[in-house]
Design a protein around this ligand. Sequence first.
Ligand code: ADP
Ligand code: ADP
Length: 225
Amino acid sequence: MISFNNVSMRYPNSAHLFRQVSFSIEKGDFVLVTGQSGAGKSTLLKLMAGIEPPSSGHILINEQDISQLHPNAIPYLRRRFGLVFQDHKLLYDRNSFDNVALPLSIQGITGEDAARRVRAALDKVGLLNKEKAMPITLSGGEQQRLAIARAVVSRPSIVIADEPTGGLDKTASLEIMQLLKAFNDVGVTVIIAMHDVAQVSTIAYRTLHIEQQTISAMPAQAGIL
Ligand code: ADP
Ligand code: ADP
C-alpha cells in the first residue's frame, strides 16, 4: 500500500536523515516508527503523506508514484490520510462538532449528511456528549480523541499519527493507542511515530526503526516493554 524504493532525504544545508531506504507497509498494518528525537520520524510521516518531497527515490501509494502525481490529484491523495499530531492542531474558536465537520465541509459535504458522519465519528471516540464543548474545556486526552475523530471522519484508509500520546499521562496514552488500534481492527492502516513505545505493551505492531541514516523494519511483535 505504501512503498519506499531507495528513498533518501535531507533538508537543504543539513545532513542526510536517511539514505537509500526501501520498505513497504501493507494494508491493515499497525506500524510504529521509532527512533531518537531528531532521527527523522516526523519527516518520514510527511514523506508518506506527500507533505515533503524526498531528495531522491520513489514513494508509491497503491502502486502510484506520488512524485509523478498531477497537482490536481494531490487533494485526493491527502484524503486517503487522516493526520493526527501531538499538539492536536484543533481550532480553538470552534466547538467539537465544528472541528470534526471541517474536513467534510472542505470536501463539500454539509447539512444532515455531514452531521450524521460527525456524530458517528464523535461516537467512535467517546465524545458524543461533548459535541458543543469548546476544545479548551476538554482534557488533553479528550482533545486528542477529538483530533482522531477529525482525522477519521472522511474515512481515510490510512491514519498517520505523530507522537499522539505526547504530553498525556499513562491512562490517557493507553486510551489513545487502543482507539487507534480499534480503527486498525476494522481495516485502517495505522502508522504512529513514537520515541517512547512503553505504552503499547499489549498491541501487536511492526516497527520501522530509524538510526544512523537507515531504517530497519521489524515484523509484527507484541510489545514486550
Ligand atoms: P523526529 O520526528 O524523529 O524528532 P524530525 O523529522 O522532526 O525528527 O526532524 C529530523 C531533523 O530534521 C531534525 O534535525 C530537524 O531539525 C530537521 N528538520 C525537520 N523539519 C525540517 C525542515 N522543514 N527544514 C529543515 N530541517 C528540518
Ligand atoms: P457511517 O457508515 O454512518 O459513517 P460508521 O459507524 O460505519 O458510520 O462509522 C462511523 C465513523 O467511524 C466514520 O465516519 C469514520 O469516522 C469512522 N470509521 C469507521 N470505520 C472506518 C474505516 N474503516 N475507515 C475509516 N474510518 C472509519
